[in-house]
Design a binder for this molecule. Sequence first.
Ligand SMILES: [Zn+2]
Length: 125
Amino acid sequence: MAIIACPECGKKISSKAVICTYCGFQTGEVTEEDLEVFRARRLRDRIYRLNMISYLVITVFVAAFGWYWWDSRGFAEAPSAGPFILMGLAALAYLVVRAFLFRNRQIQRVMRRKLKMSSDLRRNL
Ligand SMILES: [Zn+2]
């Protein structure tokens, strides 16, 4: 087994791989199962990235709250609008990321059920 560069995206893939794990470029005969595995892997990566983004957004929210505390001198004075705008944006971004995560997890659940079915089918053939 050798490592080659994908002709489409240039990333290193196995010479035996029929489908590039990064961009989905097909280097040989691709079965429906190969495609299914590629889609499942890409979905898993997307969920991982979304999780990372949601942690980042929570950090921004906490930082904005710290800014609010600092700007209002320990909640004693009225703060400027900046911390509120940042907190609002972070909260909105969090909701959007959670919605995407929810949608992608649903797709993953459906995909897992399908994969299980196809392996059951294979065993029974
Ligand atoms: Zn590629």
